[in-house]
Write a protein that binds this ligand. Structure first.
Ligand code: TMP
Ligand code: ASP
Length: 260
């Protein structure tokens, strides 16, 4: 459960929704992602997000399911978003509901993913010839275009402007906020004996036009390694058929969300 500290505006409408069963507040589906669904609620200013057990990789080419992932991820993301809210980052997160559901603010999502890399892994290692876990002289920030058809291609600021995905000011905000979030998350995970190798963020515009952090922060969207054993505790276990996939999510859940 959540005490709402740091959550943006715990308005009477939100308090009212929190007390109701999911089936009473769940409206039509307005967005179907690969691992999440977003529903309208009886309140126009509040959406309901459902975290599914479905898992995909390589632009949806690999498909599967990870038992209890939806529940683990919903609680992990809630704990992290609450922490970021408390640190002064505007996020869409409002309240954790039962099991795999959370209340979030409606956002008009930008079709841009921001990836920050503290160590080399994944596509960076493949593209530039690093070994997994190689250190970098300094962390890297990258943009990707959210488009399964195009295979989420890499973008730079000029591509973003040429495609008119967001303004120059918004690009600056995306970069500044993402670097701040990286510093906060590295410390947060280190306190839990996890090293944040890399992660992906998505932002959207709120009704007043402000950029707000949306989506999720979970082992689906971060690479997290145990600080001493360097065991991978994230979706790479699913991507590369490494086994003990559910156990990895459960372990991150244990370290991150149990204190809530
Ligand atoms: P990459 O090394 O495959 O480019 O991934 C970098 C980080 O971004 C990694 O933590 C996983 C995350 N990520 C997503 O959340 N969604 C995606 O579609 C991809 C490709 C990566
Ligand atoms: N989430 C992406 C997909 O389903 C890629 C990934 O995470 O590896 O295709």
């Amino acid at each position: 459960m959540t005490d709402g500290i740091g959550s943006p505006e715990r308005t009477p409408e939100i308090v009212d929704l929190v007390g109701k069963p999911i089936n009473e507040i769940k409206g039509e589906i307005i967005h179907k992602g690969k691992a999440k669904l977003v529903y309208r609620t009886t309140e126009e200013s509040v959406m309901l997000m459902e975290f599914m057990d479905d898992a995909t990789a390589f632009d949806g080419k690999k498909k599967g399911s990870i038992s209890s992932k939806g529940m683990y991820n919903s609680h992990i993301s809630a704990a992290i978003m609450r922490y970021l809210n408390q640190c002064g980052i505007n996020t869409h997160f409002l309240e954790q509901m039962e099991d795999r559901f959370q209340l979030v603010r409606p956002l008009d999502m930008l079709p841009v993913e921001v990836v920050i890399r503290n160590l080399a892994a994944g596509s960076l290692a493949r593209r530039l010839g690093f070994d997994e876990g190689d250190s970098l002289e300094r962390p890297i920030l990258e943009f990707y275009f959210k488009s399964d058809e195009l295979g989420d291609p890499w973008l730079n600021r000029y591509h973003i402007r040429a495609l008119d995905l967001c303004s120059d000011d918004e690009i600056v905000r995306l970069e500044e906020d993402s670097w701040r979030i990286n510093a906060m998350l590295r410390e947060y995970f280190l306190d839990r004996d996890l090293e944040l190798i890399d992660f992906k963020l998505e932002y959207g515009r709120a009704a007043d036009g402000a950029l707000v952090l949306g989506d999720e922060i979970t082992p689906d969207t971060c690479r997290l390694w145990d600080i001493s054993s360097r065991d991978k505790l994230d979706k790479d276990r699913f991507r590369h058929d490494m086994g003990e996939v559910e156990e990895a999510y459960q372990e991150v859940y244990r370290r991150v969300a149990w204190e809530d």
